[in-house]
Write a new protein. Sequence first.
Length: 151
Amino acid sequence: MRNHRTDNSTLMLTIVNHVPELRRMSLWLDAASRQLGLPAGWLFKFDLCAGEAVTNIISYAYPDDSLHEIFLRMSFNGSSASLEIEDDGIPFNPIDAPEHVQPASLEEAKLGGLGIKLMRRNMDQYNYVRRNGRNVLKMTVIIPQSAQDND
């Protein structure tokens, strides 16, 4: 795990595509949000959404068993906080994924499919680009002034 600051308001972490890295990512998100001065209480949204996105990357993005690096960049400018996740997996735009349809019965219910819905509910903005053979997902929350004053 590598952690370094790219400028005054952005921190970066590099992990690999193994499930135990999710714990490291979660610990890093906690430390990064404190270091960046993100108001208390906003970490949960990032931890939840990053966990969903990176779990999907680890589970579905790589057709081989090789090690792949996943880059995370977190930034906070005082009024919004963003988390960018970059991977070299197969192209996948979660923004274009269809909305989750509530099953009519328990028998019709399938496992999975709620992660993207959770990301959509917890983030104010999200953007996806495929750049140089890499998926780049950026998720942003707007931090109200009242939340900044309470910290």
